[in-house]
Design a protein around this ligand. Structure first.
Ligand code: TTP
Ligand code: MG
Length: 375
């Protein structure tokens, strides 16, 4: 039997700031850009969260909600360094690790579990939390179960410093009462569609007949159905395979002219399309990365109607995402375009569905090469 951990650090950037500067401990810390220059919140410490402050919120709004909040500029190099240390601790438990971002990873701990010798999944998880704390000072929330998707949901349920174990066989009962949007692969638009069908919870989803899944999810029907009962058997993927192809450029002088920006963006998107084609890949998710004059860095992403490696659709979507950020007076230091979420070879080319947007902003440039990939 497999045992999978999903581990996610608590208020990652903010906790690092509190660790490095004791004066910030126990206080509401807002990591992000300046309110005067339309900065956004990358993250807020747990002390700030009761005021309603959330990631990706304009800093101006955050300051209004939480006037006593202390604004701290992000230090990405430091976060990368801390992330490396945390991943090293993870490696003391298993080599089978799939990092999802700087502060998040799946670990297959099957090899560390030995129930006849009293090494239960719970014990391994507690040990992991303790060692991350003692070796880095950070707290990590952990979900443990036999599948990636269940562990991912579990790690989020008891934050901060959470630990949720879902025993083998209990997955479906655990998932049943949760909102359907918590399930991996069900975005806000799909959740709306399901709601219109009277399906609000994962349990209600799991009860639907196979034809219904076919109708709602097409080719994804079976994988969504298995996930809804916590039976997905997706392996923890340690392969350093290409997960995204991206290209970015930094300008010698900050750029604000929409025409010029559009030209650069289309060039980047065209380059990415070319590299995808050469690698035989088609991607669904288009991400644009932006860095403002004040160094605030964030991304916007959305999904194409169908996987593609053609310049046209990628350029068009990249521009749509970017132009929404184009406001008078705003200037840019860096632009990037990336494509990810690749189609499996047997999935290539299917009928277009509606475009589904996911506008999470990330302050890290994780996964982006420092330099544009060679075409
Ligand atoms: P998260 O794990 O989503 O958030 P968090 O670690 O700050 O808080 P928690 O997990 O306890 O809910 O993201 C990890 C880091 O990524 C976060 O510290 C800052 C960055 N980030 C952004 O820059 N913008 C965003 O919109 C989000 C969600 C995260
Ligand atoms: Mg986190």
């Amino acid at each position: 039997m497999r045992h999978i951990i999903h581990a996610d650090l608590d208020a990652f950037y903010a906790t690092v700031e509190q660790l490095d500067n004791p004066e910030l401990r126990g206080k509401p810390v807002l990591v992000g850009g300046r309110p005067e220059s339309r900065g956004v919140v990358a993250t807020a410490s747990y002390e700030a969260r009761p005021f309603g402050v959330r990631s990706a919120m304009p800093m101006r709004t955050a300051v209004r909600l939480c006037p006593q909040g202390i604004i701290v500029r992000p230090r990405f190099t430091r976060y990368r360094e801390m992330s490396r240390q945390v991943m090293e601790v993870f490696r003391e438990f298993t080599e089978v690790i799939e990092p999802l971002s700087l502060d998040e990873a799946y670990l297959d701990i099957s090899g560390a579990v030995n129930e006849s010798e009293g090494r239960w999944p719970l014990g391994v998880a507690l040990d992991l939390k303790r060692r991350v704390k003692s070796q880095t000072g950070l707290t990590v929330s952990v979900g443990v179960s036999v599948s990636k998707s269940v562990s991912k949901i579990a790690s989020d349920l008891d934050k901060p410093d959470g630990l949720v174990v879902v025993p083998p066989g209990d997955q479906a009962d655990f998932l049943a009462p949760l909102a359907v949007g918590k399930l991996w692969g069900i975005g806000p638009k799909t959740a709306e569609r399901l709601k219109a069908e009277g399906v609000d919870t994962i349990g209600a989803l799991a009860e639907q007949p196979p034809e219904w899944f076919e109708r709602m999810f097409g080719q994804r029907a079976n994988s969504v159905r298995l996930r809804s009962i916590g039976l997905d058997d997706e392996p923890v993927n340690t392969e350093r395979i290409t997960k995204s192809v991206s290209s970015e450029t930094t300008f010698p002088d900050d750029l604000g002219d929409p025409e010029e920006l559009r030209r650069v963006l289309e060039e980047l998107a065209g380059g990415v399309a070319g590299s995808l084609e050469r690698k035989g890949l088609q991607g669904r998710t288009v991400t644009v990365k932006l860095r403002l004059a004040d160094f605030t860095t964030f991304t916007r992403q959305s999904t194409l109607p169908s996987p593609s490696n053609e310049p046209g659709p990628i350029q068009e979507l990249a521009w749509r995402l970017f132009s929404a950020e184009l406001t008078t007076g705003r200037t840019f230091r860096l632009l990037g375009v990336g494509v990810s979420n690749f189609a499996e070879p047997d999935e290539i080319r299917q009928l277009p569905l509606s475009i589904e947007g996911d506008f999470r902003a990330y302050g890290t440039g994780l996964g982006w090469p420092e330099r544009a990939p060679q075409a």
